[in-house]
Design a protein around this ligand. Sequence first.
Ligand code: KG4
Ligand code: ZN
Length: 347
Amino acid sequence: MRVLGIESSCDETAASVVDVSDDLSRATVLSDVIATQIAVHAPYGGVVPELASRAHLRAISPVIKQAVDEAGGWSAVDALAVTQGPGLAGALLVGVQCAKAIALARSLPMVGVNHLQGHLLAAFLDREMVVGDKPAFPFVALVASGGHTALYRVDSPSAIRELGATRDDAAGEAFDKVAKLCGLGYPGGPVIDRLAQKGDPTKIPMPRPMRAKRSLEFSFSGLKTAVAQWVEVHGVPAEGAGLEDLAASVQAAIVDTLVRKLVAACEREGVLRAVLSGGVAANKTLREQTKRTCEKHGITAHVPPAKSCTDNAAMIAFAGATKLIAGERADLTMEVRTTWSPGEVPR
Ligand code: KG4
Ligand code: ZN
């Protein structure tokens, strides 16, 4: 089944056609088009919802057209999958309304997809994995992005249970807020990742909240406060060793926490397969540390390439295919869901 996936939940307008076999063992990405809004939001240091909606409106038709053309035209599309939530209402509406119009005009079956389910299943796309192979069920997954940070146990494409989530900021949000404080631009993750490679992560002590607790919850808001207080005393370091040490110290606090909890979740569940996803999973140190620490604990790590981890429509097409193959269908009454309890089986 060839599924056209449409994604517009946050600041990327994306469309992709994925050819998925009925037994889900094959998921060939035929096209994968993304129009990023980074330049639109960069001056504000974060996503501005109203600007996001307008940018989606401008981009959605050309992005879908390119994805369909590259896959061989409309005759190559059997069904539609669109991100129904969670995300920004105005942004989601653009994708969902567009999908409804296409479904109606072309008489194509359609399903709404939970964006987080897309992230959780992204490792099943036929792309070269960075660490390990495609996972088998069950596995434990960490989704760490700009809007979400949570651990899940995934027993099948539709049997997903949340094990713990952040109480406040998401990991990507922490990277972005610290970068904004230091005048490093938006998004913060990639620039801190780059600076941190040369820095000393032990130079500036940073808090690692919820560390001692056995709980699988996270809290990252204190990190931003700690950096703000440090900057008030020391000022923002100039480019060079000082800034690199600050970046490395902040990154280490986030990465240590994520990896520690991922391993704890695997051990608690007795599931020795760990999957990374979400934009923060593009982080070089997070990938390396996950691989090393998992190896030490007898856990197999599965890390997809960055383009599967950051927001994309191929993951939505694949997650949609699992629902379509199971016989699910949405109709034109489908509504967007700005919050959609992660772990609640998407329907
Ligand atoms: O999954 P994603 O593309 O969009 C959301 O659903 O939020 O994630 C974007 C987030 C941003 O906060 C960005 O700073 C972070 O992922 N990010 C990174 C890296 N690349 C992107 N964080 C750390 N290191 C990176 N290399
Ligand atoms: Zn995402």
